[in-house]
Design a protein around this ligand. Structure first.
Ligand SMILES: Nc1ncnc2c1ncn2[C@@H]1O[C@H](COP(=O)(O)OP(=O)(O)OP(=O)(O)O)[C@@H](O)[C@H]1O
Ligand SMILES: [Mg+2]
Length: 269
């Protein structure tokens, strides 16, 4: 081995050492990175677990509150019968009814999600909802008009939940027109999607409030719970659909509900 060989070997040894140092550092870095990711995932799991527990507790509490609430309601009714002159009792009664409504809506959405999907024609669902709401609309000087195609629009849905959404949306339309007007429900099919558009000629919603729609307890109404849209959004989300709002203050609001059509939802399932 001559001097040149020795210097090559030394150089090689230096390279190997440098490589090993870097490899070790890289390995440490990788280990730290993996450690950090593991800790973050664990934290996420703990948090989501906490949330689920809080949700369950809240549902339990809501359920427990409902029983004393109905007992109090019962006694208020008796009090009202015996003391018709007590005006305050009416207010207590109204507020109790409101609390009951809030709790019932909360319990409805916190129920475990076991949807029984069936194939239904949206045309029929809309007609039934309109039949239900016609009396109230008429009383408030509102006409409800339906524009629908001649063919069936089949969707996979839990019928009562979709009806609940339509009732909430049409009621919001009616309530937005204190001086009466027309609520139009338009049904159409586009690119394997069923679309329901609900137009009103009401007060409209200011742009900065559009983002607030669907947040729990957001209401501008004296006797509103502010849960109607939240529940509706949740139901549509569970049906793998979307709900979009557009509005012009002083002109009216359009709510568009988009649902996957039957054959499409089967394909994705
Ligand atoms: N079509 C609409 N026109 C104008 N404002 C609307 C319309 N729909 C919803 N809003 C606004 O959004 C708010 C929230 O609606 P949401 O249905 O969630 O609750 P609410 O109607 O106030 O009460 P609830 O439905 O529980 O009786 C309403 O108070 C109103 O300010
Ligand atoms: Mg409402």
């Amino acid at each position: 081995m001559d001097r040149e060989d020795i210097s090559y070997i030394s150089l090689f040894a230096v390279f190997v050492t440098i490589f090993l140092i870097y490899a070790t550092r890289f390995n440490d870095k990788l280990k730290n990175e993996l450690e950090r990711e593991k800790r973050e995932t664990e934290q996420l799991l703990v948090n989501s677990d906490k949330l689920a527990t809080v949700g369950q507790l809240a549902a339990g509490v809501a359920h427990e509150i409902r029983n004393p609430l109905s007992v109090i309601s019962g006694y208020i009714q008796l009090l009202k019968e015996d003391h018709k002159e007590l005006q305050h009792v009416d207010i207590i009664d109204k507020e109790l009814t409101r609390m009951n409504l809030i709790i019932s809506e909360f319990l409805d959405i916190s129920k475990p999600n076991s949807m029984q999907l069936e194939t239904k024609d949206l045309n029929l669902i809309v007609q039934q909802v309109v039949t239900l709401l016609n009396a109230e609309a008429h009383f408030k000087n509102v006409a409800i008009e339906i524009k629908q195609p001649n063919n069936a629009i089949d969707i996979e849905c839990e019928e009562n939940q979709i009806k609940q959404v339509l009732i909430n949306l049409v009621k919001n339309g009616i309530e937005a027109m204190p001086n009466g007007g027309v609520v139009t429900i338009e049904l159409l099919e586009e690119e394997n999607e069923a679309k329901i558009r609900i137009f009103d000629e009401g007060t409209g919603i200011p742009e900065e409030q559009l983002a607030t729609l669907g947040k729990p307890f957001y209401t501008t109404k004296e006797s509103g719970t502010g849960l109607g849209l939240m529940v509706s959004l949740k139901i549509i989300e569970n049906h793998r659909g979307k709900m979009l709002f557009s509005s012009v203050v002083g002109k009216g609001t359009i709510v568009e509900v988009i649902l996957p059509q039957k054959n499409v939802s089967e394909g994705k399932a």
